[in-house]
Each structure stands twice: as structure tokens, then as C-alpha cells.
Design a protein around this ligand. Structure first.
Ligand code: HEM
Length: 411
């Protein structure tokens, strides 16, 4: 059956659409070609315009005064009739605009700089070795997502924040539930507002951390945040908790999706895997291609502060646009053969980390840990193949494969 624009626009509000990548990307290609600034009015969501071209997404990202994050930083469902909208108890960087955003981002921006993040190189290499050793112990067959890719980035987050390894299971559960909320395999089994329950649990946990780092400051990111000053006053507890929440969640599922989606892509393109195994110096460019090809963050939104024209379409003041990072990352006007996975792609102007004022704070960390993983895996790999079809997560926000069955030989 021929795909219509009317059907195509529905992919952004349908969590299962992201789980069927070929159909999702076919819908985005049609929209880029015929309706790149597409009005979407679907039951259960406030209307918005979906941007699928790299150029339009960048135009919005370059003008943060015209396009703000508050009050609708990302797509979410409308509350049920009669229900109160979920009033999130924490406000994080992604909900803020200048001047608050600038103030709060400054707190950790130096910590996330490449030169500082390089301090985690040795620890990343050690954790990557542990992850690949674990693959070897599993004896040649595993679910690469649940048994390897989920765990490794969370150990890095624990190291970054200065948290003990014993806290691993708790953090794993919380971060997965936060982004897996649309997927029945991952969502928490509670009545009522699952997201709120999740945030409250985070709140209790991080409140203890703030108290500890105020009493005993250390050389970790948790101490930098707990002891930060905002306008000369100590940062508020809610704001500090918001900071920990954004770092723990933004830094986990994104990277595990990139690592497992990247491996699934390599196994689906055996010529590219062979090329990388023959030339491991290609790991950095292969990793960039994984970020582009997987695009773990599916969308953020912006709201127009005054009437704007994008791609010939007038968006009224207060109108919201959805930035589709995966769609922009397959834009044929920017990427040659956009649907091909090419470990040596150059140039690769992907927008998997966004751009501009809200550009991903964790970019250097994500690169460091993903490269560390593949720098360890690729030279030890004698053979690898898919042992079944990868299964993708239902999501409206962050995701990638939730099962990647693989068969391999390592040395
Ligand atoms: C492959 C992994 C990752 C991807 C694809 C990714 C992607 C993104 C994207 C698309 C944004 C929004 C950018 C925009 O609005 O233009 C973002 C923001 C953010 N990311 Fe990442 N991210 C990744 C890893 C990380 C890591 C490891 C951390 C930290 C440990 C992190 C922390 C953040 C934070 C704090 C923000 C909010 C920045 C702001 O609003 O100012 N991310 N990320």
C-alpha cells in the first residue's frame, strides 16, 4: 500500500514506529521530500510541526532566542481527560532557557570539556576490557544489549558521579524505567503516574548524595554540583537533584543504544565489519557513523517566541516544532547514500548530539566510552554474526535495540 503524508506524520507520536526502523525511515524520507515542515495533529498530543530536514533543524538550533525549550522541551502525551498534567518536581537543563540555562549549564561545562573528560580514559579502557572479557566468558553467544551494552555505560556514569559500584542495580532500574516508559518490557509496574514514582525515588537517592558531598567534598562531578553557587547562593536541592537526574539518565540509555545499535549495524553490514577489523584505526569514524545511524535521541522540541517561517511554512507564536534527529541524520542533501552504514564516512555532519545552546554536554564522554569499547572489542574479534533479528524498543524519546542476539569468537 502506498504511504501517504497523512500516515507518515504519525510516526512521531507512535512509540512502536521507532521499533520498525525501515518503515520509520521510509516515512521520514517521504516527509523530507514532500512535506519537510509537517503539521501533526494526532489524538492524545498537542499539535506540532515535525522537522525532518537537516537544514530546518539547524535553523531552529541556531536561534535559541526565537525557539525556546520551555514549556514543551520534548514530545509527551496529553494528560488523560480530567487528569492533572504531570507536574515534574525537578527542573533540568533541557527545560530551561537563557538566562537560567546559561547559569546552570556553566556549573558543569568545564567538567565535561574534552581535557577533563580525558581523566576518565584509563577507567573507560578498564571497564571496556571488563565488558569484553564478560562477552568472552559468556561463551560465544549472548544478547549483546541486555548482557553487555546496558551495563558498561552505567559503570562509566557511576565513575563520573563518584558513586560506588554497589549502586549499580538501583541506578540501572531507575534510568531504564525513565526512558523505557513506553515499552512494556521495561516500564515499572505501578498504578498511577509511573514517571512521578520514578522521579521521587531518584530524589531520595540523590538528596543523600548532596548531603554527603557537602559534608565531604571530593574530586567528582557529584561534588561540583552539590557545592555549586547560583547567583552567589548554594544551589537548591531540587535543582541539584535535577542535575543528577539529567546526567544519570541522559548519559545511560543514549550510550548503550549507540553501542548496541552500532554493533547491530556492523553485523547487518558484514563488509563494514570486515573493513573495521582489517583497520581498527577506523574506530573513531565508525563510532561517529554509529551515532548518526542509530540516532539514540529521537526528538526534542522548541516553541516559537514569535511568528516564524520555516521551509516556507508559517509557524505562529507559541507553535511547537519537533526536531527529528534521526530524520535529519538521513537527509540526502547532507549525507551521500544516507541509508548506508559506512564506517569511513567523511564528512559526517550528523546531529545526533543536537547543536547550539543545548548541544549535548556529554559528547566527549559518549565518544570516549564508545571508542574505548570498540577499541577493545574489534582487535579481539575473530568472527561475529547476528544469531537472530535485533528487536527495537518502543519509545517516543530515547532508544535503540532492546535485544541483539549475537554469535562470536573472541581471543
Ligand atoms: C550517544 C550518546 C548520546 C547522545 C546521542 C546524546 C544526545 C543528546 C541530544 C540530542 C541532546 C539535546 C541537544 C539539543 O537540544 O540540541 C542532548 C543533551 C544533553 N546530553 Fe546528551 N547524548 C548522549 C550522551 C550523553 C552523556 C554520556 C551525557 C552525560 C553523562 C549527556 C548529557 C546531556 C545533557 C546534560 C544534555 C542537556 C544539555 C542542555 O540542555 O544544555 N549526554 N544529548
Amino acid at each position: 500500500m502506498e504511504l501517504t503524508i497523512n500516515d507518515a506524520v504519525r510516526v512521531f507520536t507512535d512509540a512502536s514506529a521507532y521499533a520498525d526502523e525501515p518503515s520509520f525511515y521510509a516515512a521520514c524520507a517521504l516527509l523530507r521530500r514532500e512535506c519537510p515542515v509537517a503539521y501533526v495533529d494526532v489524538k492524545g498530543f498537542e499539535p506540532f510541526w515535525a522537522l525532518t530536514r537537516h537544514e530546518d533543524l539547524m535553523a531552529v538550533e541556531r536561534a535559541p532566542a526565537l525557539w525556546v525549550n520551555a514549556p514543551r522541551p520534548a514530545l509527551s502525551r496529553k494528560p488523560q481527560d480530567g487528569a492533572k498534567p504531570a507536574d515534574l518536581p525537578v527542573r533540568t537543563l533541557v527545560q530551561m532557557d537563557a538566562p537560567d540555562h546559561t547559569t546552570y549549564r556553566k556549573i558543569s561545562v568545564d567538567w565535561f570539556k574534552q581535557t577533563n573528560i580525558a581523566r576518565l580514559s584509563a577507567r573507560s579502557a578498564e571497564l571496556a576490557k571488563r565488558a569484553v572479557d564478560h562477552m568472552a566468558e559468556l561463551g560465544g553467544e549472548c544478547d549483546f544489549f541486555t548482557e553487555v551494552a546496558v551495563n558498561y555505560p552505567l559503570y562509566i556514569i557511576l565513575a563520573l558521579l563518584g558513586l560506588p559500584e554497589e549502586d549499580f542495580p538501583r541506578m540501572l532500574k531507575l534510568t531504564q524505567e525513565m526512558f523505557g516508559i513506553e515499552d512494556p518490557d521495561m516500564a515499572r509496574e505501578t498504578e498511577g503516574d509511573a514517571l512521578m514514582a520514578n522521579l521521587l525515588e531518584f530524589f531520595e537517592y540523590f538528596k543523600g548524595l548532596i548531603e554527603d558531598r557537602r559534608a565531604n567534598p571530593r574530586d567528582d562531578l557529584a561534588s561540583v554540583i552539590a557545592n555549586a553557587k547560583v547567583d552567589g547562593e548554594p544551589i537548591g536541592v531540587l535543582e541539584a537533584v535535577g542535575y543528577y537526574v539529567i546526567i544519570a539518565t541522559a548519559g545511560h540509555d543514549t550510550t548503550s543504544s549507540a553501542i548496541s545499535g552500532g554493533f547491530a549495524a556492523l553485523l547487518a553490514h558484514p563488509d563494514q565489519l570486515r573493513r573495521l577489523m582489517n583497520d581498527p584505526a577506523l574506530v573513531p569514524s565508525a563510532v561517529e557513523e554509529m551515532f548518526r545511524y542509530v540516532s539514540p535521541v529521537k526528538q526534542f522540541m522548541r516553541t516559537a517566541t514569535s511568528e516564524q517561517v520555516l521551509g516556507g511554512v508559517t509557524i505562529p507564536e507559541g507553535g511547537a516544532v519537533l526536531l527529528s534527529f534521526p530524520a535529519a541524520n538521513r537527509d540526502e542533501a547532507v549525507f551521500a547514500r544516507p541509508d548506508e552504514f559506512d564506517v569511513a564516512r567523511d564528512p559526517n555532519r550528523h546531529v545526533a548530539f543536537g547543536f547550539g545552546a543545548h548541544y549535548c554536554l556529554g559528547t566527549h564522554l559518549a565518544r570516549l566510552e564508545t571508542r574505548a569499547f570498540y577499541n577493545e572489542l574489534i582487535p579481539r574479534l575473530d568472527h561475529a554474526e547476528l544469531a537472530g533479528e535485533p528487536e527495537f524498543m518502543r519509545t517516543l524519546f530515547v532508544g535503540g535495540p532492546k535485544h541483539v542476539p549475537v554469535r562470536y569468537r573472541l581471543h
